[in-house]
Ligand binder design. Sequence first.
Ligand code: P6P
Length: 335
Amino acid sequence: MNDKLALPVGTTLDRFIMRKQEDFPFATGELSQLLRDIALAAKIVNREINRAGLIDVTGAYGQQNVQGEEQQKLDVIANIRFIRALRNGGEVCAIISEEEDEIIQTGNLKGKYIVAIDPLDGSSNIDVNVSIGTIFSIYRRVSVAGTEGTMEDCMQRGTAQIAAGYVVYGSSTMLVYTTGHGVNGFTYEPSLGEFFLSHPNMRTPETGTIYSCNEGGYNSFPEGIKNYLSYCKENGYSGRYIGSLVSDFHRNLIKGGVYIYPSTAKAPNGKLRLLYECNALAFIAEQAGGKASTGKSRIMEVEPTELHQRSPLIIGSSEMVNKVEEFIKAEVEKK
Ligand code: P6P
């Protein structure tokens, strides 16, 4: 199908994926099936979240994850659901998950793809009914098919992503993803069990007046970040911080804005994880006309060195990210 003929709002995700596959003459359908596998798991997790208060799956699970963070029961449930869907779908040979110390081998030795995923981000918000999300990146394996996924398969730069997306479990549940040809958003209709195209060809405003930052860490922020925050206040910007990355990112993507999680005393390399948070949202931001930076360089060009490595993240409207970088650069030049 001619890509110029935008598919109408209301197209189902399945039909959209199928039509878009026609844009890739040599596509063999595995990526399409992988996207469907992720959507299936998202539907299941959505149901678990929506009834969390009723079936005692809120609260802590009683263990910590590799990050040393208290796992919530729904973190564990979401992790199990996405791993199971990806394993059963057959297209993925290995998975990197925020909830797992090591690479997960799916047993699909012929699987062409690697998925890096944060199954349920912002889970500390679950008990207070604040929206949360799933974030994922998809890479082609670089090792030969017929073997298990390797560390080399998993440690690819963000520029190697072939697809990325997020699910925001909010006032409505949306799946937003890119395969490198723009960004499209789908809204879930639970009574039909379908995602429907609701936000075709999403573009983020070049600038905005919303900044998202946990200023509780202000005293240990780099000077350039402090100066940018002062600039925001001098210009009457609005501070909006949900404490759930996917929700803050999604609002800024639509309205224009910048999300800032810099290095702090508690998180000297930043808090957010490069492989399954920063890179995925950076791909989406750039495909929607925005920008994603460490404050000094393009997030998607950072060379991974550890599975769960963290990075400072400045992401959103391009002119706002540029302005943050300017303030950081000005401080560096003073030294
Ligand atoms: P803080 C949630 O734990 C998360 O990973 C993101 O979803 C969120 O933006 C950030 O951390 C919140 O961190 O330090 O502000 O509580």
